[in-house]
Design a binder for this molecule. Sequence first.
Ligand SMILES: [Zn+2]
Length: 306
Amino acid sequence: MYTHLVTTPAVERFQESQSRRDASRAHADQTVNALSIDVEDYFQVSAFAPFIERSEWDRIPCRAEANVERILALLAENNAKATFFTLGWIAERHPGIVRSIVEQGHELASHGYGHQRASDQTPNEFTADIVHAKALLEDLGGVAVRGYRAPSFSINQDNLWALECIREAGYRYSSSIYPVKRDHYGMPDAPRFAYAALPDLVEVPPTTVELFNRNWPAAGGGFFRLLPYAMSRWLLQRVNRVDGEPCMFYFHPWEMDPSQPRVPGIDAKTRFRHYVNLNRMEDRLGQLLKDFRWDRVDRVFLRSAV
Ligand SMILES: [Zn+2]
């Protein structure tokens, strides 16, 4: 009787689906995802722009250097490589950061020079910023810089001309269009996975999860600090297992720094988004590095080119 039970079509279907699920889990566990860090200091965050004048930047003590060193140590501990989208303004003042990134085998990429949103610039201003940053980083790092990320994912349907500028400046890929709908950024209809935005220019979107007919941000930033870690892990696993695609995750050095000075006078929403769970970030990142496999963006998404 028991033998008969275990061979019914329903049981066979169940066993098949289990083995398919196991195979897909195994696949997910082998997926190499892309890890990225946007190297800027806390006082350069776009949401603080109305509260901190650019002319003040040079007078504020820099914390990015020490925070990048902690990130590099955490990556080395976990045997992971990453891409550092580095701001030219920071690289120029702290070239040791650039040297450490390159020496430790990570990818040096560009976050532009002055951290102005692409959407606030003319094509000429934008081009001048990204050309200057690329030359500066290549000079300091002694390596070709092929990746660019616009500040605050500020490329969308209204300024797609920026992609042409990025290609003409000599970059091979961009990671600047977030396919979500948010108040300050996003292009919800853009593709969710890496695509040729132009001939010779790959766009690598930050990771989203498609649920209930819309895209939800799952690539890091404030959401990673706000959501319970298990939820973030589930979202990223879903991209590996259900979509069968690698993830593109990002964070900032200031997110590892709970004792950074508080910016006075900011509104409640900005305060919440910037400071929520900063003290949990280092532990969560450590767990993330253990739960997934991570590598540089160029090696994950430009395989034929490296
Ligand atoms: Zn940024």
